[in-house]
Design a protein around this ligand. Structure first.
Ligand code: PLP
Length: 376
């Protein structure tokens, strides 16, 4: 198998699985128990919290573990809206992950919250003046994606933070695709919240976290026991939390240098493809992008059919967001950039991992070319 869908999920690292194993097997105590068997589990949770906090330049107490980045994102929006009942407006963008878009729809539908979805340019960039003018005196939160999961386009977090700070409105940044690939410093970016997902960073699925600038003012989404210092009810999954901590340590140790090579492989892929298939364009290619992501427009090619064909050849890529489970919906991100349903249906995402090789993308280009020759 050639796996080129790392923005969807990536392999759990052997070191992470190893770090999780004792907490799955013999050390199964409850981290809230007072006896030693529980206290050692608590220590594992707190060590992991420190590692994740260090990864993103936050303080330990600012990290709240969740079951996913989706939950973390929901929790950020929930906290901001509940914490400021007189503010009934949210600003987001048209190119967010469904974690943000769906929760905004829920707030609109069931809680009468007004939502402004800022459009983007054809290169996937957000207009900072338009963002600025969308923020109102009753805006409870601005929620934006730091690095887009479909195109890899990176937004200037510091400037987004600056705008929101000047308007005294909290900013949530969906940092799921940014963390581990570009420098992420919670303190510096000026966000009030960032959300992270473990399974993009080398843990199994089922763990994420929300980093909160002012935990004292955080309004929980999930109520129950007083876990996570009262910020999220429910017994922590010690194995997954410990795995998240180990993944964070490994990322801190390895740094970001490996992505330089990956960016070269990605750029070579795009050059080969443009040279091999007539009319190919790179969605967001003119913008600052993640080093591993390529979103290609193949005029006249049904990207879902391409994905199925490549799957039969042993290659995994995606045509939209993998989180749009079973819905063969064209990319809302490409649609928002180009206002073209056809272009959205004819675009595919390739996302490389740390170890993706030149030979793999060469094989991908060969097969895309073949598919185009057969189908066009
Ligand atoms: N935000 C972005 C940008 C993502 O890419 C994803 C997952 O694909 C999520 C949020 C949701 O993450 P999780 O799977 O942990 O809920």
């Amino acid at each position: 198998m050639i796996y080129l869908d790392h923005n969807s999920t990536t392999r759990a690292l052997p070191e992470v699985i190893e770090a999780m194993a004792p907490w799955l097997a013999e050390r199964w105590g409850n981290p809230s128990s007072v006896y030693g068997f529980g206290r050692s589990a608590r220590r594992a949770v707190e060590d992991a919290r420190s590692a994740v906090a260090m990864l993103v330049g936050a303080r330990d107490e600012q990290v709240i573990f969740t079951a996913s980045a989706t939950e973390a994102t929901n929790a950020a929006l929930h906290s901001a809206v509940c914490g400021a009942p007189s503010r009934r407006h949210i600003v987001t963008s048209q190119v967010e992950h469904s974690a943000t878009l769906s929760y905004c729809e829920y707030l609109e539908r069931y809680h009468g919250v007004e939502v402004t979805r800022v459009p983007v340019s054809s290169q996937g960039e957000i207009d900072l003046d338009q963002l600025d003018s969308s923020i109102r005196t009753d805006t409870a939160i601005v929620s934006l994606i730091w690095a887009n999961n479909e195109t890899g386009v990176i937004w200037p977090a510091d400037q987004l933070g600056e705008i929101c700070r000047s308007k005294h409105v909290p900013l949530h940044l969906d940092a799921v695709q940014a963390v581990g690939r570009i420098p992420v410093d919670f303190e510096k970016c000026g966000a009030a919240y960032i959300s992270l997902s473990g399974h993009k960073l080398g843990t199994p699925k089922g763990i994420g976290c929300l980093v909160v600038s002012d935990p004292c003012r955080f309004v929980p989404l999930i109520f129950g026991g007083k876990q996570e210092r009262g910020h999220r009810g429910g017994t922590e999954s010690v194995p997954l939390v410990a795995g998240f901590g180990r993944a964070a340590e490994l990322l801190i140790a390895s740094g970001l240098d490996c992505w330089k090579r990956v960016a070269t492989v990605r750029d070579e892929f795009e050059s080969y493809l443009v040279a091999s298939v007539v009319g190919v364009e790179i969605n967001g290619g003119g913008s600052m992008r993640l080093p591993n992501t390529s979103n290609v427009y193949l005029p006249g090619v049904d990207s879902d059919a391409l994905v199925i064909y490549l799957d039969q050849q042993g290659i995994c890529i995606s045509s939209g967001s993998a989180c749009m489970e079973s819905a063969i919906a064209p990319s809302h991100v490409v649609d928002a950039m180009w206002h073209s349903h056809d272009r959205a249906c004819e675009s595919a995402r390739i996302s490389l991992g740390r170890d993706s090789a030149k030979e793999e993308v060469q094989e991908l280009v060969r097969l895309i070319k073949l598919f185009c020759e057969i189908n066009l």
